[in-house]
Design a protein around this ligand. Structure first.
Ligand code: UDP
Length: 471
């Protein structure tokens, strides 16, 4: 490392959905800006293809901070956000000692949404500090405005009769608020509020989105006075997305080989993220819906969860590929053997979405999955489960017109097989589906433009690097 080379650490909180965008950001900064990157993670899963890929790169080091046991601090009602905050809090001494023992001084520390408690360590070592907000600009706006909403709203947000007005954004239906806002008496809500205060102490916020996708909201984040009230001080906003995963393909796996044999845009890909789980009954209904639709599919199946689906997230392990098919209707695999591929637990999602045989994605609308679908021009069936996914589903259907969604909220009511069958047919085989697909393809081009030299996200990333250098 020469003395002029910048050194940036990026912290990822536990969970593959958090780690993946951090790895991709690190790779971009190392590859295109020649920055030495240290990734700090307390995730227990070390077998992601990205990790293996990045370990071989010269400018990148991945450090696993010792994992922590929080079992004595939680009970069965402790929500996922509270658990994530506790994990990071407990890991702080480990994180501090890793930073203190680094051979090369850090020029900046970037933390993801749940890593903001590291702030005092960045202050102690006098390092520039940024938050990487891995979801949409819309979710960021809501998040920042929460301080104001908290003051002026009586009762529960979900009981409001009117949509929530967030400056510069589409109004948000009370049903679609993020999970931590569903119950104001839960500790998770208070942790979320604390997070929003911690954000205001950083030097800037990175978002995995792009100007053409969320221009109005980005503009409001930068200049709307009411929204800025939530931030207290104006913070630079860096829309640097879409972050694109590049995994080295060493061999074409079974799924890709199967896709190679299928017709152009004929396959529906079904997956609910790194930890999304359906109830046992919903899973059976989904299987029947797919079978009745007669649409060819690839389905990543995870064991159902009949408790709080939220809690399935932290228990998930992306590398676990034990067979999980016992939960499917009897005879399903035999009856669908020529029309579908059922993959246990984990698939190479980006490779699948970029395959020309894939024409639709039934997704839980995690932001990474959303971005991956859009950057491949794949239209979606939006099936939100937790976190901010209902907001993402609303944006995809009502604002961007690149998805359809069930009439009921899948977290509240069962989506029946006939409705699933109908949605699949609409997306894959109608004029409406075709028009949705065309819109998704336009967004693919818009994403490419944002990332190309001189594009909005390209420029934003350069500004970020310049800011780090100046500080
Ligand atoms: N992912 C994958 N294979 C799977 C499931 C998930 O590669 O079988 C990746 C997916 O491509 C995305 C991330 O895991 O990059 C999931 O992030 P997202 O924000 O969509 O949802 P989360 O898992 O955090 O709910």
């Amino acid at each position: 490392m020469d003395s002029t080379q910048l050194h940036v650490a990026i912290f990822s909180s536990p969970g593959m959905g958090h780690l993946i965008p951090v790895l991709v950001l690190g790779n971009q900064l190392a590859t295109h800006h020649n920055i030495k990157i240290t990734i700090l993670t307390i995730t227990t899963n070390s077998s992601s293809p990205e990790i293996e890929f990045l370990k071989k790169k010269k400018n990148i080091e991945i450090i696993h901070v010792p994992s922590v046991d929080i079992s004595h601090l939680i009970d069965s009602n402790t929500k996922v956000l509270t658990q994530l905050r506790l994990m990071v809090r407990e890991a702080l001494p480990g994180i501090r000692s890793v930073i203190a023992s680094m051979n090369h001084r850090l020029d900046a520390l970037i933390v993801d949404i749940f890593g903001t408690q590291i702030l005092p360590i960045a202050q102690e070592f006098n390092i520039a500090k940024y938050v990487f907000h891995t979801t949409s600009a819309w979710a960021l706006a809501l998040f920042i405005y929460l301080q104001v909403l908290d003051q002026k709203t009586e009762g529960e947000y979900v009981d409001l009769k009117q949509p929530l007005e967030i400056p510069g954004c589409k109004a948000l239906r009370p049903d679609d608020v993020v999970d931590p806002m569903m119950d104001r008496s839960d500790q998770q809500y208070h942790e979320y509020l604390k997070l929003t205060i911690e954000y205001t102490c950083f030097d800037g916020i990175l978002i995995n989105t792009w100007e053409d996708l969320e221009g109005e909201t980005i503009k409001a984040l930068r200049s709307n006075e009411k929204l800025q009230q939530g931030l207290k001080v104006p913070l630079p906003i860096y829309p640097i997305g879409p972050l694109r995963r590049t995994v080295e393909i060493t061999e074409r796996d079974e799924v890709i080989q199967w896709l190679d044999k299928q017709n152009y845009e004929s396959i529906l890909f079904v997956s609910f993220g790194s930890g999304g789980a359906l109830s046992s009954q919903q899973m059976i209904e989904l299987a029947w819906g797919l079978e009745l639709s007669q649409q060819k599919f690839v389905w990543v199946v995870r064991p159902p969860s009949d408790g709080d689906p939220d809690n399935a997230y932290l228990k998930s392990n992306g590398s676990d590929t034990r067979g999980t098919f016992e939960y499917l209707p009897e005879g399903f695999l035999t009856r669908t053997k020529d029309m579908g591929l059922v993959v246990p637990m984990w698939a190479n999602q980006v490779e699948i979405l970029s395959h020309s045989s894939v024409g639709g994605f039934m997704s839980h609308c995690g932001w990474n999955s959303t971005v991956e679908s859009l950057t491949n021009g794949v239209p979606m069936i939006a099936w939100p489960l937790h976190a901010e996914q209902k907001m993402n589903a609303a944006m995809l259907t009502e604002e961007l017109g690149v998805a359809i969604r069930p009439a009921v909220l899948p977290t509240k009511k069962m989506v029946k097989r006939e409705e699933i069958q109908g949605m699949v047919r609409i997306l894959m085989d109608t004029k409406e589906g075709k028009s949705i697909r065309e819109k998704a393809k336009k967004l693919k081009i818009s994403a490419e433009n944002a990332l190309s030299e001189g594009g909005s996200s390209y420029n934003s990333m350069c500004e970020l690097v310049k800011d780090i250098r100046t500080r």
